[in-house]
Design a protein. Sequence first.
Length: 159
Amino acid sequence: MAKELKTNAMRFLDKSKIEYTVQTYECDEFIDGIHVAEKLNQPFDETFKTLIAHGKSGTYYCFLLPVAMELDLKKAAKSVGEKSVELLHVKDITKVTGYVRGGCTPIGMKKQFMTVIHNSAENLDLFYISGGRIGTQIKLSPKKLAEAIRGKFCDLIMR
């Protein structure tokens, strides 16, 4: 069997001594998180998507929320102390993060951005996030992830 190629995210987790498991799926191009969760039989409320936004200050932020939920931009801005935030345009994702759309994860980016994880993850032992490339998911502890990247938990979703 061929040796699995590690992503920057996996290397970061290895270096930080954080346990994780990898799940892969066949995919040639971007598919949304709901379809990824369906392909891998993962619960929607335990499968999180990574969104990148920028504030009025020009600072970039990373937000993680369940794949079936929508980011509340006002709550997101408040969570990072900004007057407002806007989602990063798809064409800018790789330039800013080093990852492609559908493979973006809060770990191992070009620069570590302030990361806010939706507070529903605080009650989970494990959750799924992108593994740093399309076709790869990582299952790990949300609390250990938050600790390693100095992230925090807040309410981020529209009601």
